[in-house]
Design a protein around this ligand. Structure first.
Ligand SMILES: [Mn+2]
Length: 298
């Protein structure tokens, strides 16, 4: 396994509320990193041009220059990490940063359209400005990565969509609007709703998803929105949705990622410090990382 390189995304501009901008720092300073049993470095934490302390913006177009700037810098940082033969783990920050993370990964691998992504989330994040009720960009990253959204975001590092809908899987979905559901359906993106997880168990679904994202691709990544988990286990998120994934089911399945040479990058996002209770969400983040990267035999 390669050295794990953390990159923080201290932004809340993609959300309706801004507390996720404090997420990476709180995670880094919580002390849990010292308990990880694998080698890691914290490369950097990216901050927006201006924070919510410095300027007040409404969700949507007002935040676009800030989103663009963060995503360009994240894509470059991720790419540089891969160039150095290290494994990037993005800690967010709102989920809008995914537009940067996966643009960088696919650009580096020269895998535009040939890269798989497992998107663990309560939401579909597949809105466009035309369909979104909230205007917040963290509801749009998947659509942008598939080529639907502002040109400046879609063509972040290179012309054309970063991802091909045939190689994407969503897991844990239980809250969505018609417009985004219609887009994903039209594109033929595979969606495992929460009811599918409840019926078949997370492990079976995750195994199927892994199979799917590895077919015909040069690698795959995993994007974990902490709101995919049940709010009793991950209270520290901006948009909690009841009846979510259970850590006890997810964690053993994630260990399937250990030593997988096609697994190229990870993202864990939407950590909201103000809503966390007794660091529960931070401990969950630690447990997810341990499950995926631990060197200990299980
Ligand atoms: Mn999300």
């Amino acid at each position: 396994m390669k050295n794990i390189t953390f990159i923080g995304s201290a932004s809340g501009w993609g959300a309706q509320i801004r507390e996720t901008e404090k997420g990476p720092k709180a995670f880094k300073e919580s002390g849990v990193l010292s308990s990880l049993d694998f080698p890691w470095t914290w490369k950097e934490t990216l901050y927006p041009l201006k924070t919510s302390q410095e300027v007040t913006l409404s969700p949507g177009l007002e935040t676009l220059p800030y989103m663009e700037d963060m995503c360009v810098r994240m894509s470059q940082s991720v790419e540089e990490t891969l160039q150095q033969q290290e494994f990037p783990v993005v800690i967010g920050g709102d989920h809008g940063i995914a537009m940067g993370t996966w643009s960088g990964v696919t650009h580096h691998l020269k895998a535009k359209g040939e890269f798989g992504l497992i998107w663990i989330d309560a939401h579909m994040d597949a809105h466009t400005l035309e369909t979104t009720p909230s205007q917040a960009y963290h509801g749009m990253p998947l659509a942008v990565l598939l080529g639907f959204g502002e040109d400046s975001l879609v063509n972040l590092l290179r012309e054309g969509p970063a991802l091909n809908p045939a190689h994407i899987c969503l897991i844990g979905i239980r809250s969505f609007e018609e417009g985004e559901a219609a887009l994903l359906k039209h594109l033929g993106v595979r969606v495992y709703f929460m009811k599918d997880v409840q019926a078949n168990g997370f492990k079976a679904i995750f195994e199927e998803a892994l199979d799917h994202v590895k077919q015909g691709t040069k690698g795959f990544g995993v994007s974990i929105d902490l709101d995919g988990f049940d709010p009793t286990e991950a209270p520290g998120v901006g948009t909690p949705e009841p009846e979510g994934l259970k850590a006890a089911e997810v964690i053993p399945a994630l260990s399937l990622l250990q030593h997988d040479p096609f697994f190229k990058a990870l993202e864990i996002v939407e950590y909201n410090t103000d809503r966390d209770k007794d660091n529960k969400t931070i401990f969950l983040m630690r447990d997810l990382l341990s499950a995926i990267f631990s060197r200990k035999e299980k």
